[in-house]
Design a protein around this ligand. Structure first.
Ligand code: COI
Length: 355
């Protein structure tokens, strides 16, 4: 493995950095100067390289285009006041990519390769890491089938790539979500826990319908009964009911979010009541009506902590308490942001520092 970690670097001759308006960063539209690429063939990862960010050339028969054997990760880097780059929990993303790969019948990207790819790329493009509040460098590692073959079987060749780009918030305001009772995101025994492309493709049509009704996102319910809350569009979901932080347990139909897990660790450490357990829609609606539900929020890498302002269910929009009153989610957001920016002690060893 050691000699394969030799990464060939070709630097761009025309940086786009000066063209970027760091005061107006949207999510996912701007990409840094370089990208990382590795090829999997003959049973090993080879030809590790960093090149200028550029288009790929692939066969029209590329297996990913036809059958979506494709997985990805999302993580963020921030710049602290000394100019150091801090990456939040990259090892956890490396491990989750391996889990997704297993489910999608793909060869694992070794953790060492994942880490080296990210560190080398982010270090080369360190000037792209923004430092204004609410901004970060989003890092998108992804792996996909590369065989030019349209028979249905696992590909024999793959690419592992990483691209990065400076981002602002994923949602620009507290979100209005609709509880989905008809469509299903993931089923027991399916691929809901894998971070795989098809899960997101399948969510587009139901989400679009909700968006045409004025919602930002859906809250998915279980595929069997549609009675239990699972997760929200691009994030896990949490509620505070009777001063207890409640979130559905991970399962094979819920993505094991790294921000979700970090929030649970913090909340337990603070001595808050925390319950990971199935939550019925009825319990949520009843708690809103009684006034015992004080907070609802989505939580994820891209979304960070996204307050839910309104929950739509069976034709009624339930307004939730105002953002300023939300003690737990605001505290979680402040703590997670503080740790990521190096302003709060990282006592969990979550930060990977790049000098
Ligand atoms: C992330 O939070 O990093 C994600 O991957 C969600 C994404 C689909 C925007």
């Amino acid at each position: 493995m050691t000699e394969t970690l030799d990464i060939q670097i070709t630097e761009t001759q025309s940086s786009k950095l000066s063209e970027i308006d760091f005061d107006n960063l949207a999510f996912g539209k701007t990409f840094s100067d370089h990208m990382f690429v590795a090829d999997y063939k003959n049973g090993e990862w080879t030809d590790l390289r960093i090149t200028p960010y550029q288009n790929l050339s692939i066969s029209p028969a590329n297996a990913t285009l036809h059958y979506a054997q494709s997985i990805f990760e999302g993580l963020k880097a921030h710049k602290n006041d000394n100019g150091d780059i801090l990456i939040f929990r990259p090892e956890a993303n490396a491990k989750r990519l391996i889990k997704s790969a297993e489910r999608m019948c793909m060869p694992p990207v070794p953790e060492e390769l994942f880490m080296e790819a990210i560190e080398s790329l982010v270090s080369l493009d360190k000037d792209w890491v923004p430092n204004k509040p609410g901004t970060s460098l989003y890092i998108r590692p992804f792996q996909f089938a590369d065989d030019p073959f349209i028979g249905v079987r696992p590909s024999e060749t793959y690419k592992f790539m990483v691209l990065t780009g400076p981002v602002g918030g994923y949602y620009s305001e507290p979100v209005k979500v609709k509880i989905e009772k008809h469509f299903t995101r993931a089923v027991r025994g399916g691929v809901g826990a894998a971070k795989t492309a098809g899960n997101y493709a399948a969510s587009l049509y139901p989400a679009k319908q909700a968006q045409s009704q004025g919602y930002h996102q859906l809250v998915w319910t279980d595929g069997q009964t549609h009675e239990f809350i699972e997760e929200s569009g691009t994030m896990n979901i949490m509620f505070v009911i009777n001063d207890t932080l409640i979130t559905p347990p991970t399962s094979d139909s819920i993505l094991p979010g790294i921000t979700r897990e970090s929030a649970l660790i913090l909340a337990k450490d603070w001595g808050l009541n925390v319950e990971e357990r199935p939550i019925k829609i009825d319990e949520v609606i009843e708690a809103i009506e009684k006034g015992s539900l004080t907070e609802a929020f989505g939580i994820g890498t891209a979304a960070t902590v996204s307050h839910i302002a309104v929950i739509g269910y069976e034709g009624t929009d339930y307004e939730l308490p105002t953002i300023e009153t939300r003690k737990t989610s605001n505290r979680l957001l402040d703590a997670l942001t503080g740790i990521k920016m190096g302003q709060i002690e990282d006592k969990y060893g979550w930060i990977k520092k790049i000098g």
